[in-house]
Design a binder for this molecule. Structure first.
Ligand SMILES: [Zn+2]
Length: 258
């Protein structure tokens, strides 16, 4: 039994555990396969064509959230839709048009028009109601956007960060994590363990254990590039994840140890 606690301590040292959720109710897609659609919006303000944005999303999905073996999440590209959300006034206007179990990505000018949004590269959100969730991702295509100056790798990291919000993750204080609240100029090619623990908490590989987490049933908060939300769900996340890992370990323990 002692070995179990040693393992837990190694995994969950306080400095390592920091992931949060966009909302304490832990909104999450009910299916492990989530499709990302791309709206046919004007992306010129990002310095990229619509097709280049599509390629960046595909690469980002492969490099980050689809690479976590302990999570069941699988992002697939859906299609380029005929809608133009370049001038959608806020994230709610975008996420409301996403399909169930889908994330709608778009370039946008109006959300990022205010002066205090000039340095924000993008936003991601998830909204759930009655057990059905929809996600949204907006990239700053306003004239003041600094996205044209970002490298392809920095763009992939930005997209991965915002999709992290759309999957239900909030910000973390771990600087090396993709979900750190300061995403500016991040150019890491892979996730940090803190990101992996966060996504595995929301979408565990063991679906029987995942059922313990419950379904989403509220409209969640919108993630952005500001400071982490006060009273984030990190503590809850950590406790629940320890509980889940404990169950997994106990199931694999020899009978004489139980
Ligand atoms: Zn963020």
């Amino acid at each position: 039994m002692k070995s179990v606690f040693v393992i837990l301590n190694l995994f969950f040292a306080p400095s390592v555990l920091a992931f949060t959720l966009v909302h304490p109710s832990a909104p999450r897609f009910s299916e492990s396969t989530v499709y990302v659609d791309l709206a046919a919006s004007n992306c010129s303000g990002t310095g990229r064509s619509l097709d280049e944005i599509r390629s960046l999303i595909l690469e980002s999905n492969r490099m980050y959230w689809n690479s976590v073996s302990m999570s069941s999440i699988e992002l697939k590209f859906g299609s380029i839709t005929s809608d133009d959300f370049s001038n959608a006034p806020d994230m709610n206007a975008i996420v409301g048009q996403a399909g169930v179990n889908r994330i709608l990505a778009t370039c946008n000018e109006d959300i990022f028009a205010p002066a205090n949004m000039e340095g924000v590269g993008g936003q991601g959100s998830i909204a759930c109601s009655g057990g059905s969730c929809r996600g949204a991702l907006a990239l700053n295509a306003h004239g003041s956007s600094n996205l044209p100056q970002l490298s392809a790798l920095e763009m992939k990291a930005l997209i991965g960060h915002e999709i992290g919000h759309a999957l239900g993750l909030g910000h973390t204080e771990v600087e090396e994590a993709l979900m750190h609240y300061s995403i500016g100029n991040k150019s890491q090619e892979s996730l940090h363990m803190d990101d992996m623990l966060g996504i595995a908490y929301l979408y565990p590989q063991d679906k029987k254990v995942g059922g313990l987490l419950g379904a989403c049933g509220t409209i969640a908060l919108i993630g952005n590039n500001s400071n982490p939300p006060a009273g984030g769900a990190g503590g809850l996340g950590v406790l629940s994840f320890v509980f889940i890992l404990g169950l997994l370990l106990i199931r694999r323990m020899p009978l004489w140890l139980k």
